[in-house]
Design a protein around this ligand. Sequence first.
Ligand code: NAD
Ligand code: SER
Length: 319
Amino acid sequence: MRKILITGALGQIGSELAVKMRGIYGNDNVIMSDLQAKDTHKDLIESGPFETIDVLDTKKMAEVIDKYNINTVVNLAAILSAVGEKNPALCWNINMNGLYNVLELGREKNLSIFTPSSIAVFGESTPADKTPQDTIMRPSTMYGVTKVSGELLCDYYYQKFGVDTRGVRFPGLISYDTLPGGGTTDYAVHIYYDALKQKEYTSFIDKGTQMDMMYMPDALNAIIELMEADGDKLIHRNAFNITAMSFDPEEIAASIKKYIPEFKLNYDVDPVRQAIANSWPNSLDDSAARAQWGWNPQFDLDKMTQDMLEKLRIKLDIK
Ligand code: NAD
Ligand code: SER
């Protein structure tokens, strides 16, 4: 039976992953943790075990792992791309030293470890269309540098110490539960909120900028399916390209207009986030994930738009 610790569990992914995992593995077998309890997630925190853990504090993390007999860690504590460019030192410290601490505990305590990587591992010199699984990785952001280094570190702990490390390169994730934590793809979440609230959105990403994206239910399935996959069939382990769709701001706006015809898209491009977006692929080749563990996303752009608008209408109480 898995006993799972999720770090950074109150973020965009963790807040939904914890609920899904508790449904599968049992409420008391999924321990949520984050830097501190957040008022925004009071009900979630009170719904099962929660511990305050800074991933830079190895001693506290080890105590929690022992207290609950943890055998699996999903390490979601991280600083994302846009925040990382504002504070590169913090991004390096949390993304690298936090991961190192988790991996060291994995080696000592024989843990299985899942750590997401990102499309941010790629850079200007990477082939931008149908970006291959194995290709040039020369990122231009501190976030990307930590994600490439993290993939290598996870590979190292598997090869040298036999730690069962696994991971995927997530594209931009779109969800209605918890707002994204400061990335470049966040526009594709905010656009739905503003479409419902004011029938208008001003995008900080320019028209024509294609990026890979995925709806949260597919992302959660990816984590669980890869964690549960037969390890003998995994060749890449820590760095599977996965994607569900690729679009630019005009295409997501066109999808929203099918449900809100008066919706209007404006632009006020942010040069920092635009430069990051320009350095990332237009579309990923995810055939290795499909072949090695059966990756098969369920949501395309229109199906996601319909569900996002339905769920957000309820959340925001908008008729
Ligand atoms: P998020 O920013 O929403 O959440 C991260 C959480 O980590 C926050 O709750 C934050 O409080 C916590 N945290 C920060 N510093 C910490 C520390 N020192 N100790 C413990 N917790 C700390 O991020 P997310 O979107 O949930 O991303 C989770 C993982 O998935 C990250 O590794 C990220 O790089 C990766 N990822 C996310 C996306 C996306 O679109 N959301 C895409 C690709 C990869
Ligand atoms: N959504 C993430 C970001 O924009 C991609 O890793 O930072």
